[in-house]
Design a protein around this ligand. Structure first.
Ligand SMILES: [Fe+2]
Ligand SMILES: [Fe+2]
Length: 200
């Protein structure tokens, strides 16, 4: 046995996803998994971790709000905070609990990539960056500029991530929803990273 994959049964994950996600989101999960694997191979990240994180990132996406709150709390979110968050922001933390309890997946790097895939965060690991971006550019995503972003993703990871943050923030502004501070922090950090000034 070697690697994280040997301890987690991919077939069990696929069966769970098939039973708990719509056909469209099941396809999305497989697409994110494949895109993440390509990015991982391109940038020297562990492809097995990218496959698992990609497959599982949305495993809690179609749970009910009470289930999401319950599982997010079990993953470490405060009860009041969890109750106040919209469903979109709970499915990452809730997925972490599902991964631990259903699939015995305890790899901290994979769990962080799943937890923060919606918002991003300051100082993301390479795997976190890859999952965040793969979620954005998988082959069935369709928004203005996606083709350009797909090309950029394999040329300049940092600039592609900034563009993804910009797209998220623009969308949220348009919808009149609150911007998660982690997305702002992620973007600021990436910009400073480019200027070689991430310590301040
Ligand atoms: Fe998601
Ligand atoms: Fe997703």
């Amino acid at each position: 046995m070697h690697g994280v994959k040997a301890m987690v049964h991919e077939q069990d994950i696929l069966i769970f996803l098939e039973e708990n996600l719509s056909k469209k989101r099941y396809r999305h999960s497989v697409n994110v998994c494949r895109t993440a694997e390509s990015l991982a191979l391109h940038y020297g990240c562990d492809p097995e971790k990218a496959v698992l994180a990609g497959l599982l990132h949305d495993c809690a996406r179609e749970l009910t709000k009470p289930e999401l709150v319950q599982f997010a709390v079990k993953a470490g979110l405060g009860a009041a905070e969890a109750a106040a968050e919209p469903k979109e922001l709970l499915h990452g933390p809730a997925a972490v609990y599902l991964c631990r309890s259903l699939f015995n997946l305890n790899d901290g790097d994979i769990l962080a990539a799943i937890r923060y895939h919606t918002t991003g965060r300051e100082n993301m690991s390479l795997l976190e960056k890859i999952i965040f971006l793969a979620d954005f550019i998988e082959p069935e995503r369709d928004f203005p500029g996606v083709a350009k972003l797909r090309r950029l993703a394999f040329r300049d990871l940092r600039r592609a991530l900034i563009a993804a943050c910009d797209t998220t923030i623009r969308y949220i502004l348009l919808k009149g929803m609150p911007i998660h501070t982690d997305t702002v922090l992620a973007r600021n950090y990436l910009i400073r990273e480019g200027a070689g000034n991430t310590q301040s």
